[in-house]
Unconditional design. Structure first.
Length: 484
């Protein structure tokens, strides 16, 4: 979800206990109030009647921003703070000195902006994040947002010969799409999911990160002999398990298996790759390689036990470095790896990882100065603004680069290395964006959580989860999405 709230992860822009509420990435559908749902339903998109006239299109102004029109920007005031956005606003003001820019930051996005959407007077750019995030599905479904394709096809801020879309990290464009080619959302932060560990602890075992499951079991056995569990996880919120399990399924069976699962295709969960990966994780439980009591731990408790050296591995996202900063020892040498696979028969190479965007920026359909809102995003997607963000909040951005010359923290440095190793082998499962309840409560808690607690066998878990997916596919009250 947002970058901070009662349910958010410090600097990585993803909700803690309800990370699955994130819509379109890696967090961002919160549960909206009925008043917002009905309000959106009654106030479709369209012109507000007083939109700013287009300006002159030039090499320095490719979006034809009216250089005298006002521009309003509302930011979610969360763990990322507001300084990075204020710095980017200063650049906009320098480029358009005659334009009056109104900038505001709030934690109450929905309650602040819902009335303005109803009235047809929304801001030009919104960071729609946090506990009061507006429901993305409703906004898209009711034509409340501007298609950001003109921004993506515009020349990048740094290089007129390179389009903005070609400067973005893998999956960012696709995450902003719900149906078809139009892009409704630009996710600015970038999160790396995987298996997190202490390099120091792994070195103490005289081991390297395991690339095959037999190697994983051997490392866990060695750790157990030294009094350390192989794994722990957020047992109360077992939808953290997919951060390593889903990309493992994609590695073993190919990304088409994940796509079929996202598409709610009949029998998708019965693919042999799914059962094989469930069997592998269940083996951790059966062999006693999971920290005792893990099913009763929340995310903070499991991360604390892991940081204290009680467990070697934990599935998580890159916010964990900031969220656990007060318990991670200085010499911990935090690292992340793509998930371990089964063996050499896997469809995708070792290094296949889940990474995706967070912190969703939108331009309302009724914005008076949509071009100005998109231009502000174009500025933020420059190398300088990206470096500024990363240096200040220790998070990557959607800009593919922007880390040269910055002193990276151990976890961030490891995340960058993992992305480099992955190359094109980055997956982005969409269940948690498209089907919140299915992913969080049913697959996560009732399926994977029960299996890892030993109350379901892998075969039973597959059958149960397939049933949940079939129910969702037949539910006409749910809007269904498919990979294009």
């Amino acid at each position: 979800m947002g970058s901070t709230s009662a349910e958010s992860h410090g600097t990585e822009g993803v909700g803690r206990r309800d990370l699955i509420r994130r819509s379109a990435a890696l967090g961002l559908i919160s549960v909206p109030t009925m008043s917002f749902l009905s309000a959106c339903a009654s106030s479709g998109g369209g012109d507000s009647g007083d939109k700013a006239k287009a300006g002159k299109k030039t090499a320095k102004n490719p979006l034809a921003v009216n250089d005298t029109a006002g521009m309003e920007f509302v930011l979610f005031d969360g763990g990322f703070g507001k300084e990075y956005a204020e710095d980017a606003v200063e650049i906009y003001e320098k480029n358009f000195p005659e334009a009056q820019v109104k900038f505001a930051a709030t934690q109450k996005i929905q309650s602040t902006l819902q009335p303005r959407f109803n009235q047809g007077t929304p801001p030009d750019l919104i960071d729609n994040s946090g506990a009061e995030q507006m429901d993305m599905g409703v906004l898209v479904g009711k034509s409340q947002l501007t298609d950001l394709t003109p921004l993506l096809d515009a020349p990048s801020y740094d290089d007129p010969d390179t389009k903005v879309r070609d400067t973005l990290r893998p999956g960012i464009v696709e995450m902003g799409q719900f149906d078809g080619e139009k892009v409704w959302i630009l996710y600015y932060a970038y999160t790396v999911y995987g298996v997190w560990y202490s390099q120091k602890a792994l070195d103490s075992l005289d081991e390297q990160y395991p690339e095959t499951w037999d190697q994983m079991l051997a490392v866990c056995a060695k750790a157990k002999k030294k009094g350390m569990a192989g794994w722990t996880y957020a047992g109360k919120y077992p939808y953290y398990l997919p951060f390593s399990l889903y990309p493992m399924i994609g590695k073993v069976g190919g990304r088409e298996v994940l796509d079929a699962i996202d598409n709610l295709e009949p029998g998708a969960w019965k693919h042999p790759a799914v059962k094989a990966c469930f069997d592998a994780y269940y083996e951790l439980y059966k062999k006693g390689y999971v920290l005792k009591g893990t099913p009763g731990l929340d995310h903070i408790q499991s991360q604390t036990a892991w940081a204290e050296g009680k467990a070697l591995f934990i599935p998580n996202g890159s916010w964990v470095e900031n969220e656990s900063a007060n318990v991670i020892p200085e010499d911990f040498d935090l690292a992340v790896s793509a998930p371990t696979g089964l063996d050499s028969s896997d469809k995708l190479p070792f290094g296949t990882i889940w990474a995706s965007g967070g912190e969703p920026f939108i331009v309302p359909a009724k914005a008076k100065n949509a071009a100005g809102g998109m231009e502000q995003l174009r500025i933020m997607l420059s190398e300088a603004s990206s470096k500024n963000f990363t240096g200040k909040v220790k998070s990557l951005t959607a800009f593919d680069g922007g880390t040269d010359g910055i002193s990276l923290t151990p976890g961030l440095k490891s995340g960058v290395a993992a992305l480099d190793k992955a190359g094109e082998n980055v997956v982005n499962p969409r269940l948690q964006d498209w089907y919140v309840q299915l992913q969080k409560e049913k697959i996560g808690v009732s399926g994977l959580g029960e299996m890892m607690a030993g109350r379901l066998t892998p075969a039973e878990a597959v059958k149960k989860i397939q049933g949940f997916a079939d129910e969702a596919a037949k539910d006409d009250s749910i809007k269904h999405y498919k990979h294009q």
